[in-house]
Write a protein that binds this ligand. Structure first.
Ligand code: 5AD
Ligand code: SF4
Length: 478
């Protein structure tokens, strides 16, 4: 560290004060560089993967803004950071593919700085490959020390010719109160827990995101109150398995109790959450959803497979009958609830019979929407050791059959709402046609309708005049 600007004696030991110290220092360094170049420095945060990563990226963007960078979507920026995902192999390939382009650009602009963080960086073979083949990277850190970004940014700004790597094996304390720059003014993700203890046999998440840790309810509620006073109308409570929220906290609190508290916060109009694990779907949570007017009647409940044999191999701790029972419990308490899911095709050892059982459960549940994935072998997970049986062709064929079934059911369900009047949260002006507004239904479906931009952030009744497959055209009522 350059002692001209960072007097080590003055660096606070406690967090988040320490990181605010480094954000101020980064601000000084960025200002100096700006003066030297005679222009503002720009930064670009690119997100790969899930909602958790999207929220983490808002924190990275908040820190970069605080440090004086001007945010841009353009990867020609002076500082580019990729927040990576590794849940499936193609997520990694996307990152490698784009790094080549960044490297070429750095040859033209040697001042450019490139950082990598997120789930992929927790894997040692990834770090090795980057060291070998992508020597132009400036900074690498992982999922557990993202809060330390200000400190690492300062170090990197001062050692521009070095690759700085700081990846931890596990999470330490949760650091609260760092700045975030939201992508949307009216909605925000809110982390309620980090990590995952489920160890589904195909999944790399527990290895790269570490053990499950819940934030304290008072920190979560304070954050949401702050968001509400800042104009946020919709919050998405985020965790790998929100149904086990609070289990490891000293205080006695469940996810259902947290939901009821969030429901009481003035200014918040809609509450969503993800992801729920079917094994932990309690009646207490279902009743909280039913009772809380702001909680959307939508449940994302990953099925993964409809074969009880495969579910056992996946270490999911429920069978097909228990999944169907969870759906029945949801629908008898909240008859109009929308249910979406994740399904994996081609898990090692999956036979045609197993796959037909998946189709069967899909037909019985009639999901409103489903994300379908081809199994991707992740090194270090138990499933990676199971001998594979189905051929690539068979798996592709199963995937296509599943996709066409879920689309057919999804479209039929969407069509059933045509003509109905439903509540819409107005999100933005339509990008193509400025006379239209775009909003979302409780089930997350998009609706376009004529209206004035002053209505953004309002909950309004809209008639769904025409279903266009994945979205609706509508008109305001009353
Ligand atoms: N291969 C394919 N899909 C996977 N998912 C998680 N791990 C894998 C994998 N190895 C899917 C699951 C999960 C979603 C986020 O990603 O369906 O619910
Ligand atoms: Fe992965 Fe299973 Fe945890 Fe979801 S619940 S993150 S699928 S281990």
């Amino acid at each position: 560290m350059n002692l001209d600007v960072a007097d080590e004696k003055n660096i606070p030991d406690s967090e988040p004060e320490r990181q605010y110290y480094f954000m101020d220092l980064a601000h000084t360094l960025v200002e100096e560089e700006s003066k030297r170049l005679g222009r503002k420095l720009t930064s670009c945060v690119k997100t790969f993967g899930c909602q958790m990563n999207a929220r983490d990226s808002e924190k990275l963007a908040g820190i970069l803004s605080y440090a004086g960078f001007v945010p841009t979507e353009d990867e020609h920026a002076d500082f580019v950071i990729y927040n990576t995902c590794t849940v499936r192999e193609n997520a990694n390939n996307k990152v490698y593919g784009r790094l080549g382009g960044l490297g070429n650009e750095k040859k033209k602009n040697p001042q450019k700085m490139i950082a990598l963080c997120g789930c992929m960086m927790q894997e040692s073979q990834v770090i090795e490959r980057i060291k070998e083949s992508y020597g132009f990277i400036n900074l690498i850190f992982g999922t557990h020390n993202i809060y330390k970004f200000p400190e690492l940014l300062c170090e990197s700004l001062q050692k521009r010719d070095e690759l700085i790597i700081d990846v931890w094996d596990e999470g330490r304390d949760i650091v609260e109160d760092l700045p975030a720059k939201r992508k949307f003014s009216f909605k925000s993700g809110v982390n309620i827990m980090f990590g995952c203890d489920n160890f589904c046999s195909y999944c790399i998440v527990p290895y790269v995101r570490g053990r499950e840790r819940s934030r304290r309810p008072k920190d979560i509620l304070r954050e949401i109150e702050g968001l509400a006073s800042d104009g946020v109308r919709e919050v998405m409570l985020l965790g790998q398995n929100v149904n086990s929220y609070g289990k490891k906290l000293d205080e006695d609190v469940t996810f259902a109790e947290l939901l009821r508290e969030v429901n009481n916060i003035d200014g918040i109009k809609r509450i969503r959450f993800m992801t729920s694990h079917p094994k932990d779907l309690s009646d207490e949570l279902i009743f909280a959803m039913r009772d809380c007017d702001k909680v959307c009647a939508h449940m994302h409940l990953p099925l993964q497979s409809g074969s009880s044999r495969i579910l056992k191999e996946m270490n999911r701790h429920y069978d097909a009958a228990q999944y169907l029972n969870a759906v029945d419990r949801l629908r008898s308490a909240i008859p109009d609830i929308a249910i979406s899911t994740d399904i994996i095709v081609g898990f090692p050892g999956e036979t045609e019979e197993d796959f037909l059982e998946t189709l069967n459960v899909v037909k019985q549940v009639k999901f409103d929407s489903a994300f379908t994935f081809i199994y991707s072998k992740r090194n270090g997970t138990p499933a990676a050791k199971i001998e594979d049986h189905a051929t690539e062709e068979e798996i592709k064929d199963r995937f296509n059959r599943l996709l066409s079934l879920v689309q057919q059911i999804g479209e039929r369900k969407a069509k059933a709402l045509e003509g109905k009047v439903m509540e819409v949260l107005v999100e933005e002006r339509n990008a193509q046609d400025a006379s239209l507004l775009t909003g979302r239904l409780e089930n997350n479906a998009v609706v376009h309708f004529p209206g004035d931009a002053s209505l953004i952030g309002e909950l309004l009744n809209v008639r769904l005049d025409e279903c266009k497959g994945f979205y609706y055209l509508g008109s305001l009522v009353g």
